[in-house]
Design a protein around this ligand. Structure first.
Ligand SMILES: Cc1cc2nc3c(=O)[nH]c(=O)nc-3n(C[C@H](O)[C@H](O)[C@H](O)COP(=O)(O)OP(=O)(O)OC[C@H]3O[C@@H](n4cnc5c(N)ncnc54)[C@H](O)[C@@H]3O)c2cc1C
Length: 281
């Protein structure tokens, strides 16, 4: 079946990224790459909302959901979680050669996998952005790679035949758009609060999980076009910002404190309240 044939079933792909727990974001200062193995992982919140959106469409349209992730072996956890929530099958892209990909190469690799392993899709859903890198580039770039239309920051959606109707907030206005399928949307966390995992879902996730794992070879990808090697974006330096200010406690009588305050911060205070305090004295 070709992409966009919705006569039988709404076929959806949800791209899911595992991100480090917000409390643990270790960087390798030498390479500028996140040391993902050292942190506990979780499903990126916006990806979870994209999955929830797909699950609601699945219930309404007799749909089928394929969840895809690219990441190190530990990223398999988010696919188990996707199966437990209600995804039907999963594709895991994992290969040391894929490590260190920038957003362009991430999108390229995901698009190649979609073309090879699940080209009969109607709708691709991504999160609007991730909680670790947060570029919001991967979704629209996948659409470019696949030459399909896309809409970002979708708050609500519904599908009728081969058309998707989308609502999103743009410049404080609620926009309603229609797009032909096959297409891609990136979903915000606002409307699609993820469901709790049902007990039966655990059986689907851990019984005989429907997960296909593939590497660069299965995608016929040259190692120079993927991962860190193939990425045109390089991180030159990573540092943690540190506060350069010192706290000063002024003591003594109130009059003395105020005088000291103006002595030290006259220019700063004056510029904030737009008065030349020296001239006022
Ligand atoms: C300037 C810059 C340079 C970078 N350079 C490097 C580098 O040299 N080496 C390096 O390791 N990393 C680098 N990164 C991080 C790397 O680009 C991202 O981890 C990765 O490409 C995904 O981008 P993102 O997290 O911003 O995704 P976003 O575009 O914010 O993600 C949007 C959505 O796309 C989908 N998605 C994103 N990533 C995946 C995935 N892996 N699998 C499945 N779906 C996915 C999800 O649905 C997600 O919700 C860099 C980031 C920036 C901002």
């Amino acid at each position: 079946m070709r992409a966009g044939d919705t006569t039988k079933m709404l076929k959806m792909i949800v791209c899911i990224k595992q991100v480090p727990m917000v409390s643990e974001l270790p960087w390798d200062p030498k390479t500028g790459v996140l040391t993902r193995d050292a942190a506990e992982g979780m499903m990126n919140p916006a990806c979870k909302s994209a999955l929830e959106a797909a699950l609601r469409l699945k219930e309404e349209h007799n749909g089928q959901i394929t969840a895809i992730t690219m990441g190190p072996p530990m990223a398999m956890e988010v696919l188990h979680e996707a199966l437990a929530m209600g995804a039907d099958r999963c594709l895991m892209l994992s290969d040391p050669k894929m490590a260190g990909a920038d957003t362009q190469v991430t999108s390229f690799t995901l698009a190649r996998a979609i073309e090879i392993f699940c080209s009969d899709y109607d709708l691709i859903l991504c999160g609007c952005h991730t909680s670790d890198s947060e570029t919001a580039q991967v979704g629209p770039q996948i659409a470019e790679e696949l030459d399909i239309p896309s809409a970002a920051y979708v708050e609500n959606l519904s599908v009728k035949g081969k058309t998707i109707r989308i609502e999103r907030i743009a410049d404080h206005f609620l926009e309603t758009l229609e797009m032909d399928l096959p297409g891609l949307v990136t979903v915000t966390t606002g409307h699609f609060t993820p469901r709790y995992i049902p007990i039966g879902g655990l059986q689907d996730a851990f019984g005989e999980p429907n997960i296909l794992t593939v590497g660069a070879h299965d995608l016929s990808l040259d190692e120079n076009t993927i991962g860190l090697k193939g990425s045109p974006t390089k991180i030159l330096e990573v540092f943690s910002s540190t506060a350069g200010k010192k706290n000063v406690v002024l003591t003594g009588a109130p009059k003395k404190i105020v005088e000291e305050l103006f002595k030290r911060f006259d220019d700063t205070i004056g510029s904030v309240i737009r008065k030349d305090l020296k001239a006022v004295k």
